[in-house]
Design a protein around this ligand. Structure first.
Ligand SMILES: *[C@@H]1O[C@H](CO)[C@@H](O)[C@H](O)[C@H]1NC(C)=O
Ligand SMILES: *[C@@H]1O[C@H](CO)[C@@H](O)[C@H](O)[C@H]1NC(C)=O
Length: 201
């Protein structure tokens, strides 16, 4: 018996060690201090990992908009199984941490899992790409989610490499990252333009 414990303990220790990082440890200052108003508008989910709710989704896009200084809606739309498939809409709600706006929570129901913007590309008046991470501590392991967002439906190869490198630097597992199919998609672009040009500004 004793022998078994000696073998098991280090294994358990290693599993418990697989816990989620803190926001401060993995977020850039630019992302942590983002301006929620500038973050508003459409975000295309060009690639992601471990998002079970959105299985079979194509043309995935979020419409992020602040409802007050702290709260937002982030309406998710995709087409199931083909670019002309049945639209699938989820009305997510969330909030930003007033002191650290990049540290968001977002949910559909009563639970508020993290939705952390860990790095942004662009400038102070326009964010072009966003790397969003969520991690849930489970009892002996963790569950990680990662999203590669863009203001358009594509991310140039060089930009994608930079985003992957950022995640890898913080030991975020990228082996399950998959491209979201975007070929043949049509979106309401007119509304998109109007919206990103200054809703609430
Ligand atoms: C995006 O969200 C805003 C705020 O809720 C809304 O006014 C706008 O119509 C939405 N755009 C689309 C294309 O759904
Ligand atoms: C910020 O980026 C946007 C989009 O990439 C660009 O159009 C704009 O000129 C930039 N503004 C500044 C102040 O650099």
């Amino acid at each position: 018996m004793r022998c078994k414990y000696i073998i098991l303990l280090p294994i358990l220790g290693a599993l418990v060690g697989a816990s989620c990082p803190s926001y401060d440890a993995i977020a850039s200052k630019f992302a942590a201090t983002l301006d929620p108003k500038t973050y508003q508008g459409f975000w295309y989910e060009v690639a992601s990992a471990n998002v079970f709710l959105t299985k079979g989704c194509e043309c995935t896009r979020y419409n992020f908009s602040m409802t007050d200084d702290i709260h937002f809606t982030d309406i998710f739309t995709c087409n199931k199984d083909s670019p002309t498939g049945k639209p699938y809409v989820l009305e997510n709600h969330g909030s930003v941490d007033p002191k650290t706006p990049g540290k968001m929570v977002e949910s559909l129901g009563p639970v508020s899992p993290p939705y952390w913007v860990i790095q942004l590309w662009g400038n102070e008046s326009a964010y072009d790409y966003s790397l969003v991470y969520a991690c849930l501590d489970l009892i002996v392991t963790k569950s990680e989610y990662i999203y590669f967002f863009s203001r358009t439906s594509t991310i140039p190869e060089e930009q994608m490499s930079e985003m992957r490198a950022y995640a890898s630097k913080y030991d975020i597992d990228l082996k399950n990252v998959k491209d979201v199919p975007m070929a043949g998609c049509t979106w309401k672009t007119q509304q998109a333009q109007k919206f990103s040009r200054g809703f609430l500004n």
